[in-house]
Ligand binder design. Structure first.
Ligand code: ATP
Ligand code: MG
Length: 140
């Protein structure tokens, strides 16, 4: 399998509970390398752009309000099959349905406040990485 890069966000519910290190430990134990990382406060415009695909969904306003409610940690993860691998490591969107050992099973509070984001495909990974990082900020 090819070496890929995926985009990750440690969401406000996790940074607020001091879980950045705990999440990173699970990521690294899974064999994914954190090749870029920064803690930011997302603007409303950034969050709306990032989740634009969900604009018509009833939870869109709540989702944007949540994403700007506290700092987030944006990351680029690299590894073999990183996109699908990180989705496995994160677990299902709804933590009550997430498998044992996943980040969301261990740490997420609810389907909305679910601790992490990970890109769902190669195309979205490239777009999401480019929204938050310039090339020289990613050091593999
Ligand atoms: P993400 O895109 O954040 O990695 P995902 O791909 O598992 O999560 P999506 O369907 O893309 O899930 O939903 C994006 C985000 O919107 C979810 O992670 C969650 O924070 C929020 N969300 C999804 N469904 C609901 C819902 N029914 N109620 C509230 N928030 C929701
Ligand atoms: Mg998604």
């Amino acid at each position: 399998m090819a070496i890929e890069r995926t985009f990750s966000i440690i969401k406000p519910d996790a940074t607020a509970r001091n879980l950045t290190g705990a999440v990173n430990a699970i990521i690294e134990k899974a064999g994914l390398r954190i090749v870029a990382q920064k803690r930011i406060r997302m603007s409303r415009e950034q969050a709306e752009t990032f989740y634009a695909v969900h604009k018509a969904r009833p939870f869109f306003g709540e989702l944007v309000d949540f994403m700007i409610s506290a700092p987030v940690v944006v990351q680029v993860l690299e590894g073999e099959g990183a996109i699908a691998k990180y989705r496995d490591v994160m677990g299902a969107t709804d933590p009550s349905k997430a498998a044992d050992g996943t980040i969301r099973k261990q740490h997420a509070k609810s389907i909305g406040e679910n601790s992490v984001h990970g890109s769902d495909a190669a195309e979205t990974a490239a777009i999401e990485i480019a929204q938050f990082f310039s090339g020289n900020e990613i050091v593999g």
